[in-house]
Design a protein around this ligand. Sequence first.
Ligand SMILES: [Zn+2]
Length: 161
Amino acid sequence: MGQRYGAHHRSGRIHVNGGARINAYFRALMHHEMTHAVLAHRRRNKNIPTWLNEGIAEWFDYKARDEHGLSSTNKMLLRNAFNQSKRPQLTWKGWLPRNDYILSYAAVLFIEDKFGRDTLWALARDLSNGEPLQAAFKSHLGVDREDLLKGFRRWIGNLRN
Ligand SMILES: [Zn+2]
């Protein structure tokens, strides 16, 4: 899954557009798509929400560029989105709107920050093995979907540059 330019992962295959230049962007993109491939390799990953799938792919994408965390600009954009009447909504199924990659990445950073990196990976592992969403959230995070979203919104509201 992925709507970035240059490559995408679907049905157990990574498709790379012909003539893609091998540069830092491409390297990060391959990390992104490989993450989708790993999360999908057992073909039981239908329970992974879109935002978590894309957010984890972005996590490795950023890492491949020696980056981790949100830039000051992205923190500001997220806080502004939070302050407007339209509160950030995570995408749970289907394609991720292009502008929501940062939000999905932020949600993964929130889980890492609040529950720890090991918990984040354990959650991703169990969901990709087919564990139902609510059960996985309860056992790893101790919260349901609504409480997770509330915590995430609070976390965004408290982001400081
Ligand atoms: Zn993707």
